[in-house]
Design a protein around this ligand. Structure first.
Ligand code: SF4
Length: 659
C-alpha cells in the first residue's frame, strides 16, 4: 500500500496537495493483510486519517485480483454521497494504475426508490390522480421513455404521488409482469449483478438479511463504514414497528369510504362483497379499540412502556382479523385482472405481517425479544407504536453476517473503548477479531481545549439546567457563536433553551423545530449562531473550519436505562453474570461521547473548545474511561482557564486537504 499512499506514491501523483500519513498506509496495509488471510477486522481511525481510501483501495484491489465482489455499507446518506462523488472516483484512478483495470460500481437502494411501470400505467388507466399531479406523471413517462437507469432521485415528484408509482416488492413478479423487460428496478438489478463494488447502507444490508439474502447479488467481502451504529440499525431492521396509522394505511388498501373501485367494492358476488365490507369494518373498528386500550397503558408524559407479560387484550381484534382473513381466498378468486391481484397481495401480506407482529407483542411471544409501546419524544399526545426487536443481535450477526462472507471489515472513528475493541466485537458476535486503533493525525494539543466542569452537583440536581446554561452562555459569547450544544433529551434541550434566552446574543436553532437538514441550513445561513440537537446530532454533523468553534455536551450520553431495549439488554447481561453498567452502559456512552467530541476538529487547521458540563466526568470513577478515550488536548477546569488556553492556541490557518 506504500505504493499508493506513500511519499511519491500514486495518490501524490494524482493530487499535488496530498500529504502522506503514516496512519493511512498502516490502515490500508492492515486491511489488505486481513483480506489476504480470508479474515475480517475492526479498525478505528480518528478524523484526518483518510480512512475511506484506506479501506477502498485494499478492499477493491483484493476483490478485483481474486474475482470477488465487494459491498461497502454506510449508515448515513452524507457518507454515501461523499463516497460516490469524491472517494470512489479517486479510488478508480488509483486502482487503474495499481491493478491495470477499471472496476464497475453501483449504488443499491431499497425497492421503494425505484418506479414501477406496471403501477404507473395502472394509475394512469384508473385516472385516480389530481389534475395538478398530471405533469409529474408526464415527466415520469418521459423518463421511462428515455430509458436507462431511473430512481427516486431523478424526479422531484411529491412523496405522496411517488408512493403510488414506486415498486412494492410483494407485488413484483417478473415472470408475469408485462413491463419486466424494460423495468427500471430490473435494469438496476442487472447492473448490480455486473458490478464489482456495490454501495449500500446498513438498512438495506439488513433488509437483504430479512429477504433471505435475495435482494442483493451475493458478495464475498463486506466493509461496514460508520460501523458503530450497526447494532442499533440491525435491531431496528430485524424488529418491527406498528402504529394505528400503519394499520389504517393497510385498511385503505382494501377499502376506503368515498373511494370508488376499491379492492372490496369491486367484488362481483354481492353476498361476498357485503360480507367482506362488513368484516373489514369490524376488523378496523376492533383495531381502533385495541390501540386506544394501548394508549391507556402509556399515559401522557410517558414515552415508553415495556411489555413483559402477556397483555390479555386483543382477543376481539384477533377474532375480527381471523373472520376477515378467512374471506381473503374467496375474494382473490373474484379478482379478474393482474393489477387487482397484485394490489390485493400487497394488502394481504402487509395485513398478515402487521397482525402477526401485534399478536407476538401482546403475547410476549419470544423471550429473546423485547416488546414495548412507544410514543415519539416530540409528540407527547401522539399515537402509540407497538415495537419489538431481538434483545441481543450477536448470534444473528454470527449466523447472518460473519458466516456468510469471507471477510467482514468494520471501520469507524469510534469503535474502541479505552483502546480495546472487545465491547463492539462482543455486541456484533465476533469472538476472535483483529483490530487496529489509529489516532487522528491532528495535533489536538494545538487545536482544541477540553473544558471539564467540576462544579458541585451532578446533572440530576435541581440547579443543573440553570447552571449549565450559564456556563454555556459564557462559552458561546467567548467563541462568538458557531457552537453546537448536544443533549440527551428534548426535555433538557427545551429547558436550557429557555434559560439561555436573554443570556446570549446569538440566534439559536434547535432540532425538532424543523427537519434536521433545515435546522442545519438555517444555522449556516445565520452565521455565528447556536445549534442544539439530541441523538442524531451527536454523530451526523460535519461543520469544518470556522463553521464550528465549540461543542458543548450537557450530559454524558448514557442511554436512558428505562428505555425498554436498553433495559432488556442490561438484564440479559446480568442474567449471564456480567455487569451491565460497566460492560454495556459505560462503553456505549463512551462511543457516543467520542462521536460528539469528533464534531469539533474536522481539519488540521480547525480549532475550538469542547465543554463537558456533566461533572460526573471528574466526580465518578467511570469518568476516566471518557477522558482516556479522547486524544490528548489542553484541559481547562473553569471558563476563565478555558479562555486563557483557547487564546493561547496557535491561530487557525486555511482549510486542510482531507484526502
Ligand atoms: S417487474 Fe416489478 S417493479 Fe418492474 S414494472 Fe413489473 S412489477 Fe413493477
Amino acid at each position: 500500500m506504500i505504493e499508493v499512499f506513500g511519499e511519491n506514491g500514486i495518490l501524490s501523483s494524482l493530487n499535488g496537495r496530498f500529504e502522506p500519513r503514516e496512519e493511512q498506509t498502516r490502515m490500508a496495509d492492515f486491511i489488505l493483510e486481513a483480506l489476504c488471510d480470508g479474515e475480517g477486522c475492526f479498525v478505528e481511525a480518528g478524523t484526518g486519517v483518510g480512512k475511506t481510501l484506506a479501506y477502498l483501495v485494499p478492499a477493491i484491489s483484493h476483490c478485483l485480483e481474486n474475482g470477488k465482489r465487494l459491498w461497502v455499507s454506510t449508515e448515513t446518506r452524507a457518507l454515501q454521497k461523499q463516497l460516490l462523488e469524491k472517494d470512489i472516483p479517486v479510488a478508480r484512478e488509483i486502482i487503474k494504475r495499481l491493478v491495470g483495470r477499471e472496476f464497475r460500481y453501483e449504488l443499491c437502494m431499497g425497492s421503494a426508490n425505484y418506479p414501477c411501470r406496471r403501477r404507473f400505467e395502472s394509475l394512469l388507466e384508473r385516472g385516480e390522480f389530481h389534475r395538478v399531479e398530471l405533469h409529474w406523471l408526464e415527466e415520469l413517462r418521459g423518463l421511462f421513455d428515455r430509458g436507462g437507469p431511473l430512481s427516486r432521485f431523478d424526479t422531484r415528484m411529491p412523496q405522496s404521488l411517488w408512493s403510488r408509482v414506486s415498486r412494492e416488492s410483494e407485488a413484483c413478479d417478473m415472470s408475469t409482469c408485462a413491463f419486466a423487460s424494460h423495468c427500471a428496478f430490473q435494469l438496476a438489478r442487472r447492473r448490480w449483478q455486473q458490478a464489482d463494488v456495490l454501495i449500500l447502507n446498513h438498512y438495506l444490508f439488513f433488509t437483504n438479511v430479512n429477504s433471505g439474502r435475495t435482494y442483493l447479488p451475493a458478495a464475498d467481502v463486506v466493509v461496514f463504514d460508520e460501523a458503530h451504529s450497526i447494532e442499533d440499525v440491525a435491531s431496528e431492521q430485524l424488529g418491527f414497528s406498528v402504529s394505528f396509522s400503519d394499520m389504517m394505511e393497510i385498511a385503505e388498501r382494501f377499502h376506503r369510504r368515498g373511494r370508488r373501485k376499491t379492492i372490496l367494492s369491486r367484488i362481483g358476488r354481492e353476498s361476498l362483497r357485503k360480507k367482506a365490507l362488513g368484516g373489514h369494518e369490524a376488523l378496523f373498528a376492533e383495531l381502533q379499540r385495541f390501540f386506544e386500550s394501548l394508549r391507556d397503558l402509556l399515559p401522557a408524559g410517558r414515552l415508553s412502556h415495556r411489555l413483559k407479560e402477556p397483555l390479555g387484550i386483543g382477543a376481539e381484534m384477533m377474532t375480527a382479523y381471523r373472520g376477515f382473513y378467512a374471506l381473503l381466498d374467496d375474494i382473490y378468486e373474484q379478482m379478474d385482472d393482474d393489477e387487482s391481484r397484485a394490489e390485493f397481495e400487497i394488502a394481504r401480506s402487509r395485513l398478515f405481517s402487521a397482525v402477526q407482529a401485534l399478536s407476538s407483542a401482546i403475547a410476549c411471544e419470544d423471550s429473546d425479544w423485547v416488546y414495548w409501546l412507544e410514543r415519539g419524544e416530540t409528540e407527547l399526545l401522539g399515537e402509540v407504536t407497538v415495537k419489538g426487536q431481538p434483545i441481543d443481535i450477536a448470534e444473528i450477526m454470527e449466523r447472518e453476517v460473519l458466516a456468510q462472507y469471507e471477510s467482514v471489515v468494520y471501520v469507524s472513528a469510534t469503535l474502541a473503548v479505552n483502546g480495546d475493541f472487545s465491547y463492539i466485537a462482543g455486541r456484533l458476535g465476533s469472538r476472535e477479531h483483529r483490530s487496529l486503533l489509529l489516532r487522528s493525525p491532528f495535533d489536538f494539543k494545538k487545536q482544541a481545549v477540553l473544558l471539564l466542569n467540576r462544579e458541585e452537583g451532578g446533572p440530576d440536581g435541581d440547579s443543573f439546567a440553570g447552571d449549565a446554561a450559564r456556563i454555556a452562555a459564557q462559552i458561546i459569547e467567548h467563541l462568538n457563536g458557531n457552537c453546537l450544544m448536544l443533549f440527551t433529551s428534548y426535555r433538557m434541550l427545551e429547558i436550557v433553551r429557555e434559560s439561555l434566552a436573554g443570556m446570549i446574543d446569538h440566534p439559536v436553532f434547535a432540532q425538532g423545530e424543523y427537519p434536521a437538514s433545515e435546522v442545519l441550513e438555517r444555522y449556516l445561513e445565520a452565521g455565528n449562531a447556536v445549534l442544539m440537537g439530541t441523538h442524531s446530532f451527536w454523530q451526523g454533523i460535519d461543520l469544518p473550519g470556522d463553521l464550528l468553534r465549540g461543542v458543548i455536551m450537557m450530559r454524558l450520553p448514557f442511554a436512558v436505562p428505562d428505555r425498554p431495549p436498553v433495559q432488556a439488554r442490561m438484564e440479559r447481561i446480568e442474567e449471564r453474570g456480567g455487569n451491565p453498567f460497566y460492560s454495556f452502559q459505560v462503553p456505549a456512552a463512551v462511543l457516543k461521547f467520542k462521536q460528539g467530541f469528533g464534531r469539533l476538529i474536522r481539519g488540521k487547521t480547525d480549532r475550538g473548545v469542547v465543554a463537558v458540563l456533566d461533572s460526573r466526568i471528574l466526580g465518578k470513577g467511570y469518568g476516566r474511561f471518557f477522558i482516556k478515550s479522547l486524544p490528548e488536548c489542553s484541559i481547562a477546569y473553569s471558563v476563565p482557564e478555558m479562555k486563557r488556553l483557547f487564546q493561547a492556541l496557535p491561530a487557525a490557518g486555511g482549510k486542510s486537504d482531507e484526502t
